[in-house]
Ligand binder design. Sequence first.
Ligand code: ADP
Length: 145
Amino acid sequence: MQTTLILLKPDCITGHKAGEVLKRFEDQGFQIRGCKMFRADASLLQEHYAHIASKPFFPEVENFMKSSPLIALAIAGDNVVERVRDLLGPTDSTKAPKGTIRGDFGVTVMQNIAHASDTLENASIELKRFFKPEELFDYSMTLSK
Ligand code: ADP
C-alpha cells in the first residue's frame, strides 16, 4: 500500500470544491491518513516547487499558492501515486479531459485545483515536507456498520 501527498490549491478551496475532490479519492476506496489546513510561505513554496523556481511563471504560481490557505492530504491505497495523478489529469486544466478532476474543476494551467506527488520517491519526500510523523494515521478500514 502506497501513500501520496495531495495539496488542494487556492482555486479548490475558494471555489468550494474540496469536498468534491476528496469524494473522488474516497470513491476509489483510498484511505485518508492525514489532513491539515495551513498557509504556505515563500520558503516552503521555493522548496516544494524547486523544479519550476527558475521559470518565468514561478512568481505568479507563488502568489497564487499564497492567496488562500491550502489543505494537505495524505491518501493511501494500492498504486495510489499513479492512480491519483490519473484522476487529476494533465497539468493544463484546459487540456484535461472531462471526467478528470482538473478537466471538471480546473480553470487554467496554473489554477488546476490540486497538486499530487508524481513518483513514490517524491511522495515520501513531500509527505515529510507537509506532515509530522504523528500527523499520519494508520487505522483499520473495516469498521462494522
Ligand atoms: P504538476 O503540478 O502537474 O506536476 P508541474 O510540476 O510542472 O505540474 O508544475 C507545478 C505547478 O506550476 C502546476 O501544477 C501549475 O499550477 C503551475 N504551472 C505549471 N506550468 C505553468 C505555466 N506554464 N504557467 C503557469 N503556471 C504553471
